[in-house]
Design a protein around this ligand. Structure first.
Ligand SMILES: [Zn+2]
Length: 421
């Protein structure tokens, strides 16, 4: 590098454009408080400083949100963005190639970001590694979407909740639709090793049967405690956290005892499960809104009948258990199972979380500071603080008195770049 070039480069870096946001009200989920009349200074993709009367550099680009409430970019900890166009029946995957399915996912990612969710924890895909491809395309800037942390595939028993089921037994599936199947502790370890090698950010396993899977039953247990333990142990070798899908009470407790970071759905959690989650510091990610979509889609009849029957009996119990877990003080992170409901509608869940026992601030914390903690990325995400990514959203009015405002977010910035204004 010539000296002249180096000098030019340093000058360019020093004068990198600063953006200044004037925030009328600023929600700080870390402290659960609201600050007023704040200036947020952003350099490149990060927040540089935040304060009441910060001097705004003369050449800064100013974004005036002084009549809005500003909050950190939202995080949905349970999405499925990479399964292609919205289809309820997993068997529809067999009508498309992997490339078709991932390219159909491009608008899913855009809708997610434009609805105010700047980060997602994507917890499983039928065509293995489609989510890795989607994540990497977003990171390169080729397509628009939230920052994605991906699972790579479902770690599941053969014929289980994460497997492609419902075909005749003599139909042979391609490798990417069988990638995550494992039927012993050692096979579980093998899948975790492959997932790590192939770029997964976390492990998603299925501890019990599921609602939206043919021949599956949410009340049955799938992986044994030995297999769950092997998954968590092997994942930890590689620095990965584990998210466990579980509906049945015993499957929830088995997963918590094995040391998973979060239990997804936690539908039939009992008092012992709630106590265990508290004791182990396990997050619950309870998708209390999507029953609405499943039953509504059932009325226009594009949902298989067995899925509707699984769902109907569980919906209300799930929500009452959410209420119990909130009251018990269990750690809760926001997750919607996006893909069950349409992409871009995750914000609808806030009102349900409030209806079933959270304060609006708790619901916002679940989707910001707590979600960042579950991801293991509190240093970069989850609040508007110096050094963190400039992921910022804003709404007119006060979402702490009307949480429905989070259903239509008019301002979205990710990594210092405005995507919606
Ligand atoms: Zn899911």
């Amino acid at each position: 590098m010539t000296k002249l070039f180096l000098a030019l480069l340093l000058t360019t870096l020093a004068s990198a454009q600063t953006t200044a946001i004037k925030a009328g009200r600023l929600i700080d989920p870390d402290s659960g408080t609201v600050l007023t009349d704040q200036i947020i200074l952003i350099k490149a993709d990060k927040i540089d400083s935040v304060g009441k009367s910060l001097p705004i550099p003369a050449d800064a680009k100013v974004i005036d949100l002084s009549n809005k409430t500003v909050l950190p970019g939202l995080i949905d900890c349970h999405t499925h963005l990479a399964d292609g166009a919205h289809e309820t029946d997993p068997l529809s995957q067999l009508k498309k190639s992997a490339s078709q399915s991932v390219l159909e996912s491009v608008p899913n990612a855009r809708r997610m970001l434009e609805s105010g969710f700047t980060t997602v924890r994507d917890v499983g895909v039928y065509r293995a590694l489609n989510d890795v491809a989607l994540r990497d395309a977003i990171n390169r800037g080729d397509i628009i979407g939230p920052r994605m942390y991906v699972a790579g595939a479902y770690l599941t028993i053969t014929g289980g909740a994460g497997a492609m089921t419902g075909m005749a037994p003599d139909i042979k599936l391609p490798w990417d639709l069988r990638y995550g199947e494992a039927n012993s502790p050692w096979e579980v370890r093998e899948v975790v090793r492959r997932l790590y090698h192939d770029g997964a950010d976390q492990i998603k396993l299925l501890s019990t049967g599921a609602v939206l899977t043919h021949g599956s039953n949410p009340h049955t247990l799938e992986f044994t405690p030995e297999e769950l333990q092997a998954a968590v142990d092997e994942a930890h070798q590689f620095g990965l956290k584990v998210a466990a899908h579980a509906h049945a009470a015993e499957g929830i407790k088995n997963a918590i005892r094995a040391g998973v970071a979060s239990v997804e759905h936690a539908t039939l959690i009992d008092d012992e499960g709630i106590a265990l989650a508290k004791q182990h510091g396990t997050y619950l990610v309870m998708d209390v809104y999507d029953e609405e979509c499943i039953q509504a889609q059932g009325k226009v009849s594009n949902i298989p009948k067995d899925f509707l029957e699984h769902d109907a009996e569980l919906g209300e119990v799930h929500r009452q258990n959410f209420r119990k877990a909130v009251h018990a003080g269990v750690k809760m992170a926001f997750g919607t199972d996006a893909g069950v409901c349409d992409y871009g509608t995750s914000g609808m869940q806030f009102a349900f979380m409030v209806k079933y026992g959270m304060t609006p601030m708790q619901a916002i914390q679940a989707a910001t500071s707590s979600a960042a903690d579950l991801l293991g990325h509190s240093k970069e995400l989850g609040s508007i603080k110096p050094g963190k990514y400039a992921d910022i959203v804003a709404v007119s009015g006060d979402p702490l008195s009307d949480v429905h405002l989070l259903e239509n977010i008019p301002f979205v910035m990710k990594e210092g770049k405005v995507y919606k204004q």
